[in-house]
Design a protein around this ligand. Sequence first.
Ligand SMILES: [Zn+2]
Length: 351
Amino acid sequence: MKIFYSETHRKHNPPFELFDGGLRAPYLENPDRMDRILNALRETDWAEIHEPSDFGLDPVLAAHDKEYVDFLASCWTEWLDSKPKDPSLFLPATFALRHHPQKPKSLLGRGGYYIMDLSACIVEGTYEAALASANCALSAAEFIIQSSASPSSSSFTNHPSSFALCRPPGHHAGKDYAGGYCFINNAAVAAQWLSSKGNVAVLDIDYHCGNGTQDIFYERNDVLTISLHADPDFEYPSYFGFANERGRDKGFGFHHNFPLPKGTDDGSYLATLDRALELIREYKPMHLVVSAGMDIYADDPLGTIKVSTEGIGEIGRRIASLKLPSVIVMEGGYNNEALGRNITTFLSAFV
Ligand SMILES: [Zn+2]
């Protein structure tokens, strides 16, 4: 299996994040996550790790608002220019409710407008790392197009798959906002790029609602978006992910949320997954993008869902049984000890 990965993610390594109540804690979405996954992949006999190609800004701007991307690009320089007392990372302390259309001009005002929460910390290398992460997803998408188009290629199959080992993750980043460790929505950028070839389905199995992907495609009927996640009644992102969010205008009926209760085990997770997979079969997409978060794992420090490693393997097998050309995109997963094993178990279903 082709895996696209860039070392550039190491440039995004905020020294801390702020948790509920103001606790300053080590940044949970850290480079060690990638090292654990890489080590596990290198022990398999099927993982081929490649550098991503550079697709430039156009595919990113096809999924995100330009002024938001401009903000990400210039934020760090502007932050240092403002001579902050503590320059270790950029975070605003005010947040826009967006009930008022006026966009603020000041850096901290724009920060509060474009950032949803205190986990999306910006440091010097954040923008560069986020672009490289999106390039991993685009390279994985390009690979499945190329290999399904060329029967002469040795890797030809009519349902190829590839893995984008993305960091920072992306599925919480909306059209014009960052949140939940995410800045550029890698899965959405890949899905948008693939949508020029035909309908796409995005299936998000991260523990948290893929609110950013939902936001980006909410008015579209050419990209079906489905998210299985912990119920926002008790879990982040709190304001999105309810079952009655179905899409808008032309997109109505093309978004589905499956909120899950605390303690959801393998059996009940798989039963819900089967309902999601049935929706994808009915939609008959040309390509599938999977937002693969491993924080559904029973011992994840951020999760409350109790899916085992064997359950993660079965989730992989059921998704692979769709027999669709598939781009699998890394999202969350914070039990670093188990992360490599969980990802290789999931991916092996596609090999
Ligand atoms: Zn998550």
